[in-house]
Design a binder for this molecule. Structure first.
Ligand code: UDP
Ligand code: MG
Length: 314
């Protein structure tokens, strides 16, 4: 068993003024409980990362920092995105254990204590896993199931029903920082780090205030990023499909020439139209899939900074 360690709770915030006051209250209470139980040291921190909010989120963080010195803040120069804000928090805070959690506290903070205990038992990574999805809309629930099935089929290792609520040890964060990619899909990067890991199960609540920062369009783009950054399988499938279609086309050609030679060809408008529309559709779809990969290469090659820090509250 390890002794009490320095914890940093990392919380990305984008326009969270409605939910932040109650989240700060709940997290402060948890922080005190963890210290009372001697699970974390006195220099542990709660770090809010303001991801270019346009509302009073940063002012709320400043106010909380003034009141309690263990509350820290990192303010990014603009909105970079959830995954980027998480990395800004992880890579700019020194601690022995890191736990990332969303600002709306939809993920149950009661799972944090068991997470820290698992760390003490020797785990470097502890995944927060939802045991139910009944607080999700029917669409979100089913699309999530489909997504996990698809990712498995494409050979990407993911912990099902786990998002970005997790514990990482110092060395896991250091190992993660060796992954230099710009297309961030952390839930697929973390399993690639390896080390001893375990899961803690919890029930995810509904958002208590404010709106989701992941509307449908952002969710779909995020899922596409996950696929194109972690699996080349779609490209292989295109090649296989192309091979199959080529063989069929060749056979069709022989059949057509044979028909022409024996004089049995007739005016075939319908079949011609079907072939043209079908193959044009497939061609454009495949070009789009290849385009997704080119787009990821484009982003990687530019190697722009993942985030830029404007100011910090230490
Ligand atoms: N978030 C962020 N930057 C963004 C979008 C979201 O830092 O560009 C944060 C947001 O404040 C929250 C977390 O990411 O803490 C997850 O967002 P949200 O709870 O809206 O997602 P959902 O739970 O609906 O999937
Ligand atoms: Mg949420």
């Amino acid at each position: 068993m390890k002794k009490a360690a320095k914890l940093a709770l990392i919380i990305p915030c984008y326009n969270e003024e409605e939910v932040l006051p109650q989240s700060i209250k709940k997290l402060s209470k948890l922080y005190e409980d963890l210290q009372k139980d001697e699970l974390i040291t006195k220099d542990s921190q709660i770090v809010f990362v303001n991801d270019g909010s346009k509302d009073s989120t940063w002012q709320l963080i400043e106010k909380a920092h003034k009141k309690s010195s263990y509350i820290k803040g990192i303010c990014l120069s603009r909105n970079f995105g959830h995954q980027e804000a998480l990395l800004a928090g992880l890579y700019n805070t020194y601690a022995e254990i890191y736990i990332t959690i969303d600002a709306d506290l939809q993920d149950d903070i009661a799972a944090i204590k068991p997470m820290v205990k698992k760390y003490q038992e020797g785990c470097d990574i502890v995944y927060g896993v939802r045991n139910k999805r009944d607080t999700d809309s029917v669409f979100k629930r089913n699309s999530a199931i489909l997504f996990y099935k698809l990712m498995k089929l494409l050979g990407v290792e993911l912990v099902a029903n786990h998002a970005d609520f997790r514990l990482l040890s110092r060395r896991a964060v250091e190992a993660m920082s060796e992954f230099k990619e710009k297309n961030l899909f952390l839930r697929a990067i973390v399993p690639l780090v390896g080390f001893k890991s375990d899961c803690v199960y919890y029930e995810r609540k509904k958002r208590e205030a404010g709106q989701t920062k992941y509307p449908l369009k952002k969710m779909i783009l995020f899922a596409l990023k996950g696929i194109s950054s972690f699996s080349a399988m779609p490209l292989h499938l295109i090649t296989l499909c192309g091979m199959l279609i080529s063989v069929l086309s060749f056979l069709l050609m022989i059949w057509t020439v044979y028909g022409y030679c024996t004089g049995s060809t007739i005016v075939g408008w319908a079949s011609l139209m079907s072939a043209i529309t079908f193959f044009s559709g497939i061609t454009i779809l495949f070009m789009g899939i290849i385009g997704e990969y080119i787009a990821s290469i484009f982003v990687e090659v530019k190697n722009r900074p993942t985030y830029i820090i404007d100011k910090k509250l230490d």
